[in-house]
Design a protein around this ligand. Sequence first.
Ligand code: SF4
Length: 336
Amino acid sequence: MKIDHLSETMAAHGAGPAHRRLLLRNWARAEPLGRGRQRPEDFMPARLRDALPALAQTLAAVARVRSEHPGEDGSARLLVGLADGQAVESVLLPRDGVCVSTQVGCAVGCVFCMTGRDGLLRQVGSAEIVAQVALARARRPVKKVVFMGMGEPAHNLDNVMEAIELLGTEGGIGHKNLVFSTVGDRRVFERLPEGPVRPALALSLHTTRAALREKLLPRAPRIDPAELVELADAYSRATGYPVQFQWTLLEGINDGDDEVEGIARLLAGRYAVMNLIPYNAVDELPFRRPSWERAAAMARALHRRGVLTKLRHSAGQDVEGGCGQLRARALGRTDI
Ligand code: SF4
């Protein structure tokens, strides 16, 4: 389901361009349809006015919350059902953020990720992406949208860019508060700078060693980590936003002093933030998180080497943390 399909439905009910923008704006902000005019009935053709309840139903049917799982840290995980029976996860983040999914499943196949285990099942349409934000806004304020849920946004670029455009315009989200997360793909670096709304960039690096990266992210594009950092840095200079590098910390795999050296070599002095995120262990996968002390020592060492580093808890740890775990449970993949 794409935003264009919704626009066409609105047009079929007599909505011209201005009314379509208004209705999409109301939808993306989780407002009642027609709000924004003192007396909508004064401005809308009768046919469109009469169609508002039906349009509201059409918009509500794009995606619905199947279940909601609040966490102790202020986050909440939503299992979001799509019209064809598929499901994705969204996470309401502390401090007015939401993390949305861009694909059902994922083709990158990161070895530490539940979502990657089934491969790609289908793309999430641009309307389904915006609907996740609307569902979040029906529950709490949203000022930041991160495209870090299930899926690799670079593999669904048209839909993600359409959603970003609507959220960054009618949706009222600040452009630097739209965060496009990727494992690194040349199409991203070509197309993102050209869009009317240029989001901030988060790049999942995970290691500075090309050979290890090929093992951890087996179907990510083969781009050397040093080149990835250069490409991300160029985007950062073009937009004026720092790049957020993501690093899932796996005990004994990418938490060594050699990686600290590698990160310092690639990132020192750059306009970038390194986010160290201790892994959220799951029973089915053989990876473990390092101790908090080890993670903190890495962060301190990187700071000393001139790399702005944040050590993060991944939101929603106590509510099945880790992308795809809630959906896996809903499908009976793991014990509840
Ligand atoms: Fe895909 Fe992200 Fe999971 Fe990797 S971590 S398999 S990119 S969803």
